[in-house]
Design a protein around this ligand. Sequence first.
Ligand code: GLA
Length: 325
Amino acid sequence: MRAVAPGRVNLIGDHTDYTGGLVFPMAIDRFTTIDFDRWHEPLIRLRSHDEPSEAIVQLPSSGEGRGWARYIAAVAHECAAVNGITGEISTTIPIGSGLSSSAALEVATLLALGFTGSASELAQTARRAEHRATGVPTGIMDQLCIASAREGHAMLIDCESLELEHVALPSDAQVIVQFIAKRTLEGSQYSQRVQQCAVAESLVGALRLAKPDSIAAISDPTIRARARHVITENQRVRDFRRALRHSDLREAGRLMNQSHESLAVDYEVSSSVIDEAVAKLQETPGVFGARMTGGGFGGCVVALCENSANIEGWRVSAARAAHLA
Ligand code: GLA
């Protein structure tokens, strides 16, 4: 049997999901694949084309493991797996690039272990496994996108209600992803950003409901800037959806550029190499807009471009959700 899970790229709406905000990702045509057999041993035994050591997890899983096996152990723990699998993993998602290789691994492993819940339950279980494996308090965007994507569509997700709307991608534009630098959120300032948002919310209430002028009540300039990013980014996601509905690609691109500026200046999760790559893209004819994508501190940039533009990078198309094949 085979479990397949795509990676994802976020078009707009970063560092909003863990405050119940809005995001706009799409699953991409790069995949993690597990070819497996179910067996009667209470044991998971997986090889990976990208890792020297096997992942061996005794069931029921304690949730703990070393190296990449910690993801498998965490997933098995979260879904209380009792029946083992044996198999082989390969991926075309560059690992540690900010395209959700870990979320794809978690979701594919859950499917291989026989998870039968809804897409939303699949995503929430995978997210808990990510927290257990990495200790980083990430949001729901990556797992929910991977678990529920529709081919040819991006999606607007309300990370509070987990409601999502599939939005067809315009046929007169292409999405280009450039890989800039390997990174990991473990040991990054991601967790600190989550805490800073919690501080802001203790002062002004839920950021997803706050208005731009409510941040005046925050005296600390750093916390105020973090809150300003989240509030304005949520609005940009709404505006981006409207722009796509009206086929206004220039406006969609302008919002992506603004999003990058906000992530770089107010949220401070970009880097000089990422800023340079984004600036170069933004100046290139045929590019509507460009921004960093995902957690930041390295990773990838994404650009919305005219179909005819010849832009360096991977032209990605919107893939369907994770599934058994
Ligand atoms: C990482 C996390 C997501 C989200 C993004 C930033 O990808 O896994 O939950 O917070 O960063 O938008």
